[in-house]
Write a protein that binds this ligand. Structure first.
Ligand code: PMP
Length: 358
């Protein structure tokens, strides 16, 4: 039996997609080989990757002003590469701090030798909200993390900024439509909402690529290398890109990002309502800034939290409900692939646990 998987990432893949992959593992499109056994220069592979890029653009409704590239090293690798590629001389790189992922990004930018600094933070309140500021700035870029996986905070609207936004969307990638008017780069590791671990996908406004066109740096650090070579300068992580391509098609078949978002909102509301209507559970995050992807909550008692997630795993086949070590408590990650049915099974368990222990 498959588990009810609530892991924060890598996370559950849609069953239909897994089955399709299983079927194609021995023979991709009846050709007698799998996609990971052939050249990335072959027409089979290139067609698949080109479709993935086309589908990604179609889902977000963006045109050829944007480049979609695939870069190995995960989201963490991009923390320094983004700074190296997009920092401008004499203009600081500004970061809005919502804890771990933005802090690491800022630290890595500094290590990469750029002038990076935090300009707003929700540290004062243990990161239980999203700082809301209008940035009248003259910076290289403004950097945010659209969904903080650890705390379960999420921007409902992207901030207003004079400089292009760089958005780490690792944990809410392809979960809803976005207003791209101020987005310079939308990127993320794809192992939560858009595939499996192995690379980061970056959607880059083309004019920004000019910033690093003539910078001196190793070729594999320069995003122009990926843009100029259709992410095929060297051998890409072909299997991971193939899974990503499948997920793009799966989202399209579900009706696209508006339909996915509608379902995501329903799933999250279902869990937050249980939390808010109980005197036993408590959500960590302010009402307005709660993540639709990672629902973080606690019983307020470490021992009960521990019992909650271990009992869920042992007796109810529910995986991954332990909160991130930094925050503790409990976390249900309900990405695109989580069905409402699965979320309701968790909801019933929560109610039952409260009845017994509350
Ligand atoms: N950003 C966010 C929001 C994340 O949740 C994570 C991973 N959990 C990362 C960045 C780092 O991703 P990776 O492991 O792909 O480097």
């Amino acid at each position: 039996m498959r588990q009810y998987n609530f892991s924060a990432g890598p996370s559950e893949l849609p069953l239909e997609v897994l089955k399709e992959i299983q079927e194609e593992l021995l023979s991709y499109k009846n050709n007698g080989f799998s996609i990971m056994e052939i050249s990335h220069r072959s027409s089979y592979y290139e067609q698949m990757q080109n479709d993935a890029i086309k589908d990604a653009k179609e889902l977000y409704g963006i045109n050829d002003d944007y480049e979609v590239i695939f870069v190995q090293g995960g989201a963490t690798m991009q923390f320094s590469l983004l700074a190296m590629n997009f920092s401008l001389d004499n203009k600081p790189c500004e970061y809005i701090d919502t804890d771990v992922w933005t802090q690491k990004a800022c630290e890595e930018a500094i290590l990469a030798g750029v002038n990076a600094k935090i300009v707003a933070s929700s540290k004062d309140s243990k990161y239980n909200y999203i700082p809301k500021i209008a940035l009248n700035n003259d910076s290289s870029y403004t950097y945010i993390c659209s969904n903080n996986t650890v705390h379960g905070t999420q921007y409902k609207q992207l901030p207003i900024s004079n400089s292009p936004l760089i958005v780490d969307a690792s944990s809410d990638f392809f979960s809803k439509k976005l207003d791209f008017s101020n987005i310079g780069v939308l990127y993320g590791g794809v192992q939560k909402n858009a595939g499996i671990a192995g690379f980061a996908c970056l959607i880059i406004r083309k004019d920004l690529l000019e910033r690093s066109k003539n910078k001196t740096m190793p070729k594999m650090f320069n995003y122009n290398t990926y843009a100029d070579n259709n992410s095929l300068f060297n051998t890409p992580p072909t299997f991971a890109i193939y899974v990503y391509a499948k997920i793009m098609k799966w989202i399209k078949a579900k009706g696209g990002l508006d339909a996915i978002n509608q379902e995501n909102e329903i799933k999250a509301k279902y869990l937050y309502d249980i939390i808010d209507n109980s005197n036993f559970y408590k959500a960590y995050v302010n009402n307005d800034d709660r993540s639709v992807m990672n629902v973080c909550f606690t019983t307020g008692n470490d021992e009960l939290d521990l019992e909650f997630w271990s009992k869920a795993a042992k007796e109810h086949n529910m995986l991954g409900l332990k909160g991130h070590k930094k925050l503790g408590g409990l976390r249900a990650s309900i990405y695109n692939s989580a069905s409402l049915e699965k979320v309701k099974i968790l909801g019933e368990y929560m109610k039952e646990y409260e009845r017994v222990r509350g």
